[in-house]
Design a protein around this ligand. Structure first.
Ligand code: IVH
Length: 671
């Protein structure tokens, strides 16, 4: 046998044993036998470096550190899931599914564990792992391939050849056992401890040195596919997809099950919840998916999640602890909200020291007092809250909390808004807390992303009177010399800060709108607004009717935006920003309306252009490009190798075009 053949055999054999261990839980050889094979391969590769391949198991120990991660654009958006809390919300989901499918028959659902980890996209080309990427914002994530290779459950090469591209999605998790051991080690070495396994896992995946990632001993579980060229025709349901993934060598939890009717699903969720603590990793619910791909296709998607799936989240985890003090915060819009300072307690997978008390009305209603023992609740990523006091443990002399009458920051008398449970500081321009929060929000990552202008820096500049409103950020340049005289502000950091401020002048319109801090306008809504109105001018002139007509914007948000736009003070702020040279980059306008109101899906191989270019053409012509076929799809453009999407299109009677036919639709001279 040549060294080349031997190396190939060893690679294959080691991966096969890996799958037996991680996927089937039935190893054929002992750890030391495995180690011997591994050592042999390693020595062989050291002698013949040309034999070292990217899919070699030896790469699992990590490689030399990267300087940064590249970004990775997902070919199909990585969406999130809608949540359901409790049986009633599950039944409501079931009703929506039935309505969507126009049936009263029981639906077949596939149920899976909802892993509390980090979602990961794994791209295989001709059966070999080529890219591992984080979800990021759903559109683009970070390319963490070298880190992913160290995760033992991730196959480096598929057990069965799959031609073309296959993108598998799943969750990276850290086992509870590994987490406990990691924290013990951290403590022993005087390092910080991690709050929960998810944070430890995601912290690990962000390491630039994959050798350190290998030490974290992460696991992976698969739950779906993204872009897929060659799914076998027999795979027509989520449960058969899971079985296929398992056959390819992916760890798939055996809890995945197909059940008929929502009541069976509710029972299953209950069973999983009671077994939750005995699982070797953390979960935060059960994911329920309509089993049949055909039905999934009919149901389609909303902007952020599939209509055919839902996460049944477990009841929030609760714990008792002592409430040491009630304090309050002044928010961006002047709302004064009380919060509890707690004796730190571990709940819902994290240590909680502060918890919201929502507002003074709720605080009084629940009669929560300083010194009380209270129930604290934390579910998933939700902000921890105080549920109520344990009256039996109330200390003698505990007094009801008296809400403030004046702003704790600027001293202005607070107002109680009609019909609102909120106490508000009306000093919108002069209250340092409000000014501070508005500035922080505007400069934050998701908004104008001004590096170096964080909470502390803003506080310092507000105190010095340099920052008072949003436009004043762009006049900081005038304070250059004074800034240099400040402590911890060298030539370099001042230049960097001023450059970052300048750079932010040309952020995209959606970030700008989000940064304005209009009530109820989060990043998604800001994105919708930017797409709809395209220019700042268009947005500024938007009427209530136009706002409400934007998909996903309801009356409450439309009213808030309208009121904000009409307020003279806000108009001045926007004008001030423009005068200071801020020029939000307008959303790209379509050049035609050929595909207005139409949704296209591309599948299979395209000869004339990349899929991205084809999709860009569709958008330029006013259309939408989607990743999967549903009854809302207008055309499916299918090239060679088209698989399940083509089938779905045929089943749903969606019009199918060849690449030539699609080309023929485009205006002359497009290519
Ligand atoms: S399916 C289109 N299945 O939950 C949605 N997600 O809120 C595809 N997750 O980011 C998700 N376990 O990281 C799916 N069995 C499971 C899951 C799961 C955990 C995570 C996933 C996603 C988040 C959705």
């Amino acid at each position: 046998m040549t060294p080349e053949d031997r190396a190939a055999w060893l690679r294959k054999e080691l991966e096969r044993h890996n799958v037996l261990y991680y996927v089937h839980d039935s190893p054929e050889i002992s750890d030391s036998e495995w180690d011997a094979l591994f050592r042999e391969l390693k020595e062989l590769e050291e002698k013949h470096p040309e034999l070292r391949t990217a899919d070699s198991p030896t790469q699992r120990v990590g490689v030399a550190p990267l300087s940064k991660f590249e970004t990775h654009r997902h070919r199909i958006l990585m969406l999130s899931l809608d949540n359901a809390f409790g049986p009633d919300e599950m039944r409501a989901f079931d009703e929506r599914v039935k309505r969507g499918l126009g049936t009263t028959d029981d639906i077949e659902y596939e149920c899976e564990l909802k892993f509390d980890g980090l979602s990961m996209s794994l791209t295989y080309v001709d059966g070999v792992l080529t890219v591992g990427a984080t979800r990021g914002n759903g559109e683009t994530g970070e390319d963490v391939t070298t880190n992913v290779r160290t995760v033992r459950g991730v196959p480096l090469r598929l057990q069965e050849g799959v031609a073309g591209t296959l993108e598998v999605r799943g969750e990276i998790v850290m086992l509870k056992e590994v987490f406990a051991k990691l924290n013990e080690d951290q403590l022993a070495r005087g390092l910080k401890v991690f709050v929960n396994p998810r944070n430890a896992a995601s912290g690990a995946m962000r390491q630039l040195d994959s050798r350190l990632v290998a030490e974290r001993k992460l696991n992976f579980f698969a739950y779906g596919v993204g872009h897929a060229d060659g799914v076998p025709a027999t795979v027509q349901s989520q449960i058969s997809l899971m079985n296929w993934l398992k056959a390819l060598g992916f760890p798939v939890r055996q809890e995945a099950i197909a059940l008929t009717g929502v009541e069976a699903v509710i029972d299953y969720v209950e069973k999983v919840e009671s077994a939750r603590s005995s699982l070797p990793f953390q979960i935060d619910g059960v994911v329920i998916k309509v089993n049949s791909f055909e039905q999934q296709g009919e149901l389609g998607f909303t902007a952020r999640s599939p209509k055919w799936a839902i996460a049944s989240k477990f009841a929030a985890e609760q714990a008792f602890t002592k409430l040491n003090a009630i304090e309050c915060n002044v928010g961006r819009t002047g709302a004064v909200t009380p919060y509890a300072v707690l004796e730190p307690v571990y709940v819902g997978g994290a240590t909680v020291g502060l918890a919201t008390l929502h507002n003074y009305f709720e605080l009084a209603r629940k009669d929560i007092r300083e010194g009380d023992t209270v129930i604290v609740q934390r579910a998933g990523d939700v902000i921890p809250e105080v549920v109520g006091p344990d009256l039996a443990k109330r200390p003698q002399g505990a007094m009801p909390h008296v809400p403030p009458t004046h702003c704790p920051v600027c001293g202005t008398e607070l107002v109680r808004e009609e019909g609102m449970a909120v106490l508000r500081c009306p000093n919108t321009r002069g209250c340092p807390a409000q000014v501070q929060r508005k500035l922080e929000h505007f400069a934050s990552r998701g908004a104008m992303d001004i590096e170096g202008l964080g909470e502390k820096q803003i506080a310092r500049f507000v105190e010095l009177g340099w920052l008072s409103d949003l436009p004043s950020i762009y006049h900081l340049r005038d304070k250059r010399d004074e800034m240099l005289a400040l402590e911890r502000m060298g030539e370099q950091s001042v230049s960097n800060l001023l450059a970052a401020i300048d750079e932010s002048k040309v952020r995209s319109l959606d970030r700008f709108i989000y940064g304005l801090g209009i009530r109820f306008v989060g990043d998604r809504t800001a994105d919708d607004l930017a797409r709809e109105f395209r220019s700042l001018d268009g947005f500024r002139r938007a009427t209530y009717e136009e706002l409400e007509a934007v998909p996903d914007i309801g009356p409450r948000t439309a009213t808030a935006i309208e009121e904000w736009l009409l307020e003279e003070e806000n108009q001045k702020v926007v004008q001030g920003l423009l005068d200071a040279g801020v020029q939000p980059v307008e959303a790209e306008a379509p050049v035609g309306d050929l595909f207005a109101g139409k949704t296209l899906v591309f599948t299979g191989k395209l000869e004339k252009f990349s899929r991205e270019d084809a999709e860009a053409l569709v958008m330029k012509q006013g259309g939408k490009a989607a990743g999967s076929v549903s009854k809302n799809t207008t055309y499916v453009v299918a090239g060679p190798g088209a698989g399940s999407k083509l089938e779905k299109a045929q089943q749903l009677g969606v019009q199918i075009l060849t690449e030539e036919e699609f080309l023929a639709l485009l205006p002359a001279g497009t290519l």
